[in-house]
Design a protein around this ligand. Structure first.
Ligand code: ADP
Ligand code: MG
Length: 379
């Protein structure tokens, strides 16, 4: 029978987490017809998230649309350098001063208005309590004011997921070495939100080893990038540093730091110019040993787990020697190497946004009573 379909239009389109209700009306020779459809639009570009990071000394905000980063503004608190490390009280106050401007800049760069936001995400921990409280309270107030859901993000999981901001994404399961100023972890990543820490440091973090080493050489804070730069001019075999003997997947860097201290003391006794004359060689040798320790543990864990994809993450993954030798190791073993872009290695809100995107997909939200946690395992 001949049917004349002369109007079909969407009548109603309402977001209900995963599905959308659509009412289609049309008229034909028999009169007006209407039907409702529930269609799964979870892969459609529906979700616009604002993410906030304030765990340590970076105030950052990012906007993400369905997993795509539209903006990522990072304000680094350079004021800590004159104290040789992060001063927690100062960090909280600087976050308070910066957060509104940083969020406004992120919305502006993304060309997104507050009204368009579907959810707000924040770093809940680990980190400095006062610093975390600023981001947490800001996110809660924003969620309450706009009447949108709140999503809490674990900072360490977000570092791992920064690898999904690259064009080439890791395949599950993979092994990630997360190395930052406060943590050193070997993580078995089974899915976006299914991760297990299989090894970590028993004393200092890798970033701390860089920072404290640089501090005792008088190179300023944060020391990682300075050591990296000076090491490029030096000989990595000039000085020998010890290999720690700890459990299979555990790390230890405090012995390395003590060994550096004694090397400098011995050298300065003979020559007051020792550090100045040898700083490139000392940095190259010290960095070489940190990277050797990290990659040896990673090699062991990857072999035991039988994974084919390996990733690095966190501030220390910006280190040029680690990046180079990690790629070399993977090439030699036939593993696929994943390294985040420089902007996504150190603390940033884009990684919080991508983690929140996956929590949103999984329907995992935070309550307005959520409180920050300062240490891994205390959430
Ligand atoms: P956290 O999450 O602990 O605050 P980040 O993930 O922002 O730390 O990483 C900061 C750490 O990364 C610092 O210890 C810093 O020295 C280190 N870092 C940054 N760039 C480099 C580099 N090029 N080489 C080595 N370490 C680096
Ligand atoms: Mg970090």
């Amino acid at each position: 029978m001949w049917v004349e379909l002369f109007s079909v239009f969407l009548f109603c389109y309402k977001k209900v987490t995963e599905s959308s209700l659509i009412l289609v009306t049309f008229a034909d020779s028999k009169g007006l017809n209407a039907c409702f459809y529930f269609v799964n639009l979870s892969n459609s570009p529906l979700n616009i998230l604002l993410a906030i990071e304030s765990s340590c000394d970076e105030t950052s905000a990012a906007v993400c649309r369905d997993g795509e980063i539209l903006s990522n503004i990072v304000s680094s608190q350079l004021q800590h350098s004159e104290y040789g490390g992060v001063v927690p009280e100062l960090a909280s106050r600087l976050h308070q001063q910066q957060i509104v401007a940083v969020v406004q800049a992120a919305l502006k760069e993304a060309a997104v208005s507050q009204k368009e936001l579907d959810a707000i995400a924040f770093t809940r921990g680990p980190g400095l309590l006062g610093a975390l409280l600023v981001g947490t309270c800001f996110a809660k107030a924003y969620a309450l004011g706009l009447d949108i859901p709140l999503i809490d993000v674990n900072h360490m999981q977000a570092h791992v997921l920064a690898n999904f901001l690259s064009e080439e994404k890791p395949s599950f399961p993979f092994l990630c070495l997360t190395v930052s100023g406060g943590h050193t972890q070997l993580v078995h990543v089974r899915d976006y939100l299914d991760m297990e820490v299989i090894g970590q440091t028993i004393d200092d973090a890798a970033g701390e080893a860089f920072d404290k080493g640089a501090k005792i050489m008088g190179l300023g804070y944060p020391g990682g990038p300075v050591v990296d730069r000076l090491a490029k001019e030096g000989d990595p075999t000039a000085f020998a540093f010890p290999t720690p003997h700890v459990d299979r997947y555990a790390f230890s860097f405090s012995g390395l730091k003590t060994s550096l201290l004694y090397l400098l003391k011995r050298g300065l006794k003979k020559d007051p110019e020792f550090i100045e004359k040898h700083k490139a060689d000392i940095c190259a040798s010290y960095q070489y040993q940190i990277v050797t320790i990290l990659l040896e543990k990673m090699r062991l864990a990857a072999k035991d787990l039988g994974v084919e994809h390996l990733a690095i993450a966190g501030g220390v993954s910006a280190n040029s020697e680690l990046r180079r030798r990690f790629k070399e190791l993977c090439l030699a073993k036939g593993w696929k190497a994943h390294i985040p872009a420089f902007a996504y290695c150190t603390d940033n809100a884009a990684m919080i946004a991508i983690a929140a995107h996956h929590k949103l997909q999984a329907g995992q939200f935070a309550s307005l009573t959520a409180t920050p946690f300062t240490r891994v395992g205390k959430e």
